[in-house]
Write a protein that binds this ligand. Structure first.
Ligand SMILES: [Zn+2]
Length: 151
């Protein structure tokens, strides 16, 4: 890694408002960097053009958010918009693993990670993983057994 990159890394750490792929990975993000950048730049475009998320994505996101008591209009509506962008992505033909194969709950979690909304991520995990009923599975990680971690 060259000096410029190191300095850029240091910058993103001191400036917490600047989102970074590094930070996204630190809080568990699993989408590749190209798709991450593409989704965030399309989010910006959608905001500039005032595009609204489609109704079916909106309804899915609302249901997931309501159960976990997350404010879907938080982050200036970015959660719903980013969810809709990720949910509507289509897997490129030659790519084996792609976020379009993820469940709605997992897509929702990736949107929160990209927005670095740690509070909402905590709510999501405690609702769907930590405090779920015994014998049910976690829609985020698919585990039935109760364990600390929700990868
Ligand atoms: Zn889990």
């Amino acid at each position: 890694m060259n000096k410029e990159l190191l300095e850029a890394g240091a910058d993103t750490q001191t400036n917490s408002k600047e989102r970074s792929y590094q930070r996204y990975l630190e809080i568990g993000g699993i989408i590749n960097e190209t798709d991450y950048n593409s989704a965030l730049s399309r989010l910006k475009e959608a905001e500039t053009r005032g595009e609204m998320p489609d109704n079916s994505s909106m309804a899915q996101a609302q249901t997931i958010a309501d159960v976990a008591d997350i404010d879907l209009n938080g982050q200036n509506g970015q959660i719903a918009r980013l969810y809709s962008i990720l949910r509507n992505d289509i897997r490129p033909e030659k790519q084996k693993y792609h976020h379009s194969d993820m469940s709605d709950h997992r897509i929702f979690r990736e949107a929160l990670r990209m927005l670095e909304d740690v509070d909402a991520l905590d709510k999501l995990k405690s609702t769907y993983h930590t405090n779920r009923r015994l014998g049910t599975y976690c829609p985020l990680c698919g585990q039935i057994e109760i364990s600390e971690d929700c990868p």
